[in-house]
Write a protein that binds this ligand. Structure first.
Ligand code: GDG
Length: 471
């Protein structure tokens, strides 16, 4: 059986309880076949940048898995990670051209780190290894590996959305990025609409031919493209919910909010998540449906994220101000509308918080998938479940059709949906929840991993020439 080599920006230690569903799924895949998980250590050093100055690979072995990491120079961290990954690709792919900072030094650093990764991974590879690269930090990695002579099967999964072609084309290096993608054998995206954006981009900007069986042909290469909506590990989350801390948390929340209806939001503090718009919609609810005053409380957990970036600092101040204003304007001595927590909450407590909530607000302005939506559903009591209010712009909306879908830019419409969720009869709640659970169980994270890897094998088995010949 081929070994699996996972490459991602960061590596999670699968032994740690804090690791989420994705780490669990990857660990399962790696444990089955044995393999390597490669990424940045999270550490930086201050020497001059450049390949020669980088220290070696740190390795440790966990069962059949080798964890391999490299440190980055401070300059590489600033240009590859903060600069190109999170100040160019993240905003543009989430349709936020206004926040993108195009700077040629960022692109240079991004390429340099992808080359560094390729140089460090290449000696670790065996001829029969299957390589699976994750996310926007590493788009050109396969091209760099191919340039060194790597002929292994290489798949890529993009965890974030693909923007419409004209938005993608605003990136000065978009042609290079696209050409780099064709060095993979398979590119996996979260949704059908992401897939169509990529195909339309490749057709119009690179003259690609799209075959209905899922292959794109351009740059003398054939690339298989598919939608593989990421799922969660329902079983892992259920056992977390049944563990002592999950149960304790649930009991404490239910007691604390016994006379209230609880709404929950759990997000990284990121401008893609629509947090200010969510507070505004909740404000609209209190203004126009006053029966919710002194009754509905929104707990918003906003885990700190990418705090070295200016846009995130701006968002933090905006949230402080909006939450302060809603509590100041509507709060009473014995009730505050919003409990805003700008801290990381331990993962083992999350299921208890989700389960105590009557409504979850998952209202990103744009999202690849959104696993919080699925976690909330998995944590519910099937006999008395809460209701999911979900943005139509989350990738999850393509799958979770029985949620109450909203346009997060529309405060009035979102407030109406929240009101509907808060007053939904038990029968309808059970019906919707049960249909949604069928979907998340069927398309869980194990389905995601195996269907991606099967498609990668199949894509490689179809030699490019053979595909081209059949055209
Ligand atoms: C990217 C894409 C795509 C959140 N707050 C805390 C906490 N979390 C956990 C949640 C969930 C995870 O973080 C967030 O996952 P999402 O999918 O919602 O969003 P991103 O972090 O933006 O992830 C996204 C995903 O990749 C996977 O492909 O779905 O679209 O943007 O698991 O529970 N966990 C803990 N404390 C917190 O305060 N422990």
């Amino acid at each position: 059986m081929s070994r699996l080599v996972i490459v991602s920006n960061r590596v999670a230690d699968p032994r740690k309880a804090a690791a989420g569903g994705l780490a669990v799924a990857i660990k399962d895949g790696l444990q089955q076949t044995g393999g390597v998980w490669f990424g940045w250590s999270g550490k930086t050093f201050t020497d001059a940048p450049g390949v020669a100055s980088h220290s070696g690979v740190h390795t440790q072995t966990v069962g059949k898995v080798q964890l391999a990491t490299v440190d980055l120079s401070q300059q590489d961290y600033e240009t590859y990670y903060l600069g190109y990954s999170n100040n160019v690709l993240w905003p543009v792919f989430h349709n936020r051209l206004d926040l993108a900072q195009f700077d040629v030094r960022f692109a240079t650093g991004y390429r340099r780190v992808n080359q560094l990764f390729a140089q460090r991974i290449f000696p670790l590879l065996k001829p029969s290894d299957v390589i699976w690269v994750h996310d926007y930090h590493l788009i050109p990695l396969a091209a760099e590996l191919r340039a060194m002579g790597c002929t292994n099967p290489i798949g890529f999964f993009l965890h974030i959305p693909v923007p419409p072609p004209l938005i993608m084309a605003a990136i000065p290096e978009h042609e290079w990025l696209m050409r780099s993608l064709f060095a993979y054998d398979l590119v996996g995206l979260q949704t059908e609409s992401d897939m169509m954006h990529l195909v339309r981009y490749a057709e119009t900007e690179a003259g690609a031919q799209w075959r209905p069986d899922g292959y794109l042909r351009a740059f003398n290469r054939t690339l298989r493209v598919g939608a593989f909506p990421i799922g969660m590990d329902v079983g892992e989350f259920a056992s977390l919910a049944d563990a002592r801390e999950g149960l304790d948390m649930f009991a404490r929340m239910r007691e604390e909010y016994s006379r209230r209806q609880l709404l929950i939001g759990v997000d990284r503090l990121d401008y893609s998540k629509g947090l200010p718009q969510r507070i505004q919609a909740f404000r609209y609810l209190l203004e126009h449906y006053p029966e919710n005053r002194k009754r509905a409380t929104l707990i918003q957990i906003a885990a700190p994220s990418r705090e070295d970036l200016g846009a995130y600092d701006h968002l933090r101040r905006e949230m402080d101000s909006l939450c302060g204003a809603i509590n100041g304007d509507y709060g009473e001595l014995d009730w505050m509308p919003v409990r805003y927590i700008h801290r990381n909450v331990a993962r083992r407590r999350l299921p208890g918080v989700y389960r105590a909530a009557h409504v979850a607000l998952v209202t990103p302005l744009r999202d690849g998938m959104n696993l919080v939506a699925k976690e909330f559903l998995a944590a519910q009591d099937p006999a008395d479940p809460g209701v999911l209010v979900l943005s139509r712009f989350a990738g999850a909306a393509e799958q979770l059709k029985e949620a109450l879908l909203v346009n997060p830019y529309d405060s009035q419409g979102t407030a109406q949906a929240i009101e509907r969720a808060l007053t939904m009869p038990l029968g309808e709640r059970i019906e919707r929840h049960s249909a949604l659970m069928t979907t998340i169980r069927q398309y869980d994270v194990h389905w995601w991993r195996t269907s991606f890897l099967d498609a990668l094998k199949q894509a490689v088995a179809q030699a490019p020439e053979a595909v081209a010949d059949t055209q």
